[in-house]
Design a protein. Structure first.
Length: 168
C-alpha cells in the first residue's frame, strides 16, 4: 500500500513537468522544420525550377506559421474564466483522479497568508497555459490544492486568487 501511494505521488508531481517538456519539444521540432524547409528552398533555388522554388517558399511560410501558432498558444494570455469552456471540451485533461496531499483541505480566500508547504514545488502547475489559466505575474505561481487552483505570491506567502472546483 505504501509503495502504491509513493508511486501515485511521484506520478502526480511528474505529469506537469512532462507536459511542459512536450511544449518545448514541439517548439524545438517546429524550429527544426523551418531550418529543413529553408535548406530545401536553397537547394530548389540552386538546382530546381521556378515552380520548385515557389513550392518551397510556401513550405517555409507554412512551417513559420505553425511555429508562430504554437508559440502563441504557449504564451496566450487567457482570461479569468476562459478555462471553463476548454475544460468541458477536454474533460480528460482535468480529470486527474483523486488527489490528496499530506495536509487537510482548507478553504482559502484571496488576501490570506498561507504556509510554504501549501505552495511547495510538488504542487506547482508548471504549464498553466495548458489549462487555459491566466498567466501568473512575476513572483506568483499557480498551485493545486485538492480540486482548487490557487495563485500564490510565493515570496510573501499570500493568496492572490482562488479558482474553486477547477479539477473534476
Amino acid at each position: 500500500m505504501r509503495t502504491l501511494m509513493t508511486v501515485a505521488l511521484l506520478a502526480a508531481t511528474a505529469l506537469p513537468s512532462v507536459a511542459n517538456a512536450q511544449s518545448a519539444r514541439e517548439l524545438r521540432h517546429d524550429r527544426q522544420d523551418i531550418r529543413q524547409e529553408q535548406r530545401d528552398l536553397n537547394q530548389a533555388r540552386r538546382y530546381g525550377t521556378q515552380r520548385d522554388v515557389r513550392d518551397q517558399r510556401r513550405d517555409v511560410r507554412d512551417a513559420r506559421q505553425e511555429y508562430r501558432e504554437d508559440l502563441r498558444d504557449r504564451n496566450h494570455r487567457w482570461g479569468r474564466n476562459d478555462w471553463q469552456g476548454w475544460r468541458n471540451q477536454n474533460r480528460a485533461l482535468y480529470a486527474r483522479g483523486n488527489w490528496r496531499a499530506p495536509f487537510r483541505y482548507t478553504t482559502f480566500r484571496p488576501g490570506v497568508r498561507i504556509q510554504s508547504f501549501y505552495y511547495g514545488p510538488r504542487y506547482v502547475i508548471a504549464d498553466p497555459w495548458r489549462y487555459r489559466l491566466p498567466i501568473a505575474r512575476p513572483g506568483t505561481r499557480w498551485v493545486r490544492h485538492y480540486n482548487d487552483v490557487i495563485l500564490v505570491d510565493y515570496r510573501r506567502g499570500y493568496v492572490v486568487d482562488v479558482i474553486r472546483n477547477f479539477y473534476w
